[in-house]
Design a protein around this ligand. Structure first.
Ligand SMILES: Nc1ncnc2c1ncn2[C@@H]1O[C@H](COP(=O)(O)OP(=O)(O)OP(=O)(O)O)[C@@H](O)[C@H]1O
Ligand SMILES: [Mg+2]
Length: 536
């Protein structure tokens, strides 16, 4: 309930216990053992902020925050609270609140995505649970992508980029340092694991514009309650806590500096907050502490919900000004220690012993201390927390589905868009390189083929020339021979006929004896004449 410009939390005796909206950005803590009433306190705060026109973000780990969209009902316990606190007279009414559902897995709400680039190497390294060397390599890969102007939107882009960095490790190592192949391989395997766990759904576009969380319902002026369904996500604690941390840093980076306002711009409730700090590296813890510190001046209040305050590092805890501590139980020495330190963190109330009170609180009761208008923590008070006005427990799936389908943001976020980015660019580059290689191979093969053909042609030509030269030679010889034989036959027939004529005539002169003599004699005479012919 929002009353007299204040967040009405409950009653200590007859006195109202309130949280001042102008101090709401000084952050807060809701702690307590399981089943003591933390979720109800969170709902009571969220309802009140919404009523005051302040939008809210809730990480819903058990699904029991989804009921906020519907009015609550009067159970026995609720009736008792209403009666004992005189809430009917205070204007308490059962009502639903304007709610927007979100889900990283895109099932129980509008898809909540971001890009790899926006997530950045530090947080991505945490999601992938990389060691220090691998984290260093991931950082280099981001720098290379930056240098090459390549967009890293989804896990496909990241995978291509890792492969590219691995293949060009030598070129880049002079500038950025060693890029070991094993580290690239290890990151690729972890990325695959993330994809198998469905974590790839978180990366892509349209990316969340955190300003869409900062809206009010036009009909009522109530702040929208953004419920992120984390039932699946919380099964992967590192992913859960890192995504939430990313959301905080995104809020920090997106929102303008506003200083102190009369009420916050947004209140962010971080359930199961111990998951954020468990196994967080020192630099990451420092970053969380820094974000929490700085986001205050952007008008964002962050409320951590966890079992004991000792789940939260001291420098973060020291920044949480508004505290609601439900019952704690001390069965072990460690638990006794954490009760002592939880009690010590409150400004003591002379009316009771804080540590003892902490252990005797009933369900729906808490020790509460909020900052006063000077920013000083109020004396701690034993407080009965209000019941919620909205429905407790999980929302019916059909109601949720109808709510998601009817959301004004549905068309903006429901369909994912795969924009041209590193993966597509590098794929094209690979295809081009492949085509170029193919072309070069074809050209080389063609050149070889041409060379073989040219050689064969040259050989054929040489053979043909040789053959024709031989043929010519043969022809020439033949002609020569012919000519010679022609001359010879002319000569011989001439000589023969002359000789014969002479021989005839001579022979005839000498009768038959003369023929014989005449024949031989004529022939030898003719040879003598021919010799002189040829000489001339
Ligand atoms: N302020 C309250 N008014 C009326 N009933 C309450 C109140 N607080 C708690 N309850 C009752 O106690 C139950 C458990 O409370 P709640 O779910 O808030 O505990 P929790 O601390 O969040 O537990 P867990 O650690 O398991 O999440 C509620 O379902 C409700 O019935
Ligand atoms: Mg709870």
């Amino acid at each position: 309930m929002f009353q007299d410009g204040k967040v009405f939390l409950g009653k200590a005796g007859e006195e109202k216990v309130v949280l001042l909206p102008q101090m709401a950005n000084r952050h807060g803590l809701i702690a307590g053992a399981t089943g003591t009433g933390k979720t109800v306190t969170l709902k009571v705060m969220a309802e009140s902020f919404s009523e005051s026109g302040v939008p809210v973000f809730l990480a819903d780990v058990k699904g029991d925050l989804s009921g906020m969209v519907l009015p609550g009902s009067e159970s026995e316990r609720v009736k008792q609270s209403m009666d004992s606190m005189g809430l009917r007279e205070e204007g308490f009414t059962f009502r639903g609140f304007p709610t927007e559902f979100w889900d990283v897995y895109a099932k129980e709400g509008l898809p909540l995505r971001t890009t790899i680039t926006e997530m950045g190497p530090l947080l991505l390294a945490r999601i992938l649970e990389l060691n220090e060397t691998q984290e260093g390599v991931l950082d280099i890969v981001f720098r290379i992508a930056d240098e090459e102007g390549l967009l890293l939107l989804d896990t496909k882009d990241m995978r291509s980029m890792l492969q590219y960095a691995g293949e060009h490790a030598q070129e880049y190592s002079a500038k950025y340092g060693n890029i070991p192949k094993q580290s690239i391989g290890a990151i690729q395997r972890k990325l695959l694991q993330l994809e198998t766990d469905g974590g790839d759904l978180f990366f892509g576009e349209p990316a969340l514009d955190v300003r869409d969380w900062i809206r009010t319902d036009p009909a009522t002026g109530f702040g929208i309650i953004n419920v992120l369904d984390c039932r699946m996500l919380a099964l992967h604690p590192t992913m859960y806590s890192t995504y939430l941390l990313w959301m905080l840093s995104e809020l920090y980076e997106t929102l303008p500096e506003v200083g102190d306002l009369d009420r916050p711009k947004l209140v962010f409730f971080f359930d199961e907050a111990h998951l954020l700090f468990d196994s967080a590296s020192k630099p990451l813890k420092e970053k969380i502490s820094q974000v929490v510190k700085l986001i205050r001046s952007k008008g964002v209040g962050v409320y951590f919900i966890t079992q004991t305050p000792s789940d939260i590092p001291d420098d973060v805890l020291a920044q949480l000004g508004n505290k609601v501590q439900h019952a704690l139980h001390a069965y072990t020495p460690a638990e006794q220690k954490s009760i002592k330190s939880a009690a010590a963190s409150f400004r003591a109330n002379p009316a009771f012993n804080t540590a003892e009170a902490l252990q005797s609180l009933g369900i729906g009761e808490a020790l509460v201390s909020c900052l006063d208008d000077q920013g000083i923590p109020a004396v701690v008070r034993k407080t009965r927390i209000l019941p919620p006005e909205s429905q407790m427990g999980v929302l019916d799936e059909a109601v949720r589905a109808a709510k998601i389908a009817g959301s004004a943001l549905n068309t903006k976020y429901s369909d994912s868009v795969d924009r041209d980015s590193a993966y597509e660019f590098l794929e094209r580059k690979n295809l081009e390189a492949e085509a170029e290689k193919q072309r070069a191979q074809e050209n080389a093969a063609r050149a070889k083929e041409q060379a073989v053909q040219a050689k064969a042609e040259a050989a054929r030509k040489a053979r043909a020339e040789a053959a024709s030269a031989k043929e010519e030679e043969r022809e020439r010889t033949r002609r020569e021979k012919q000519r010679k034989s022609a001359v010879r036959s002319v000569a011989s027939s001439t000589a023969g006929s002359i000789g014969r004529e002479i021989g005839k005539s001579v022979g005839s002169k000498f009768g038959s004896a003369g023929k014989t003599i005449g024949g031989n004699l004529g022939a030898s005479l003719a040879r003598g004449i021919l010799k002189t012919l040829f000489k001339s």
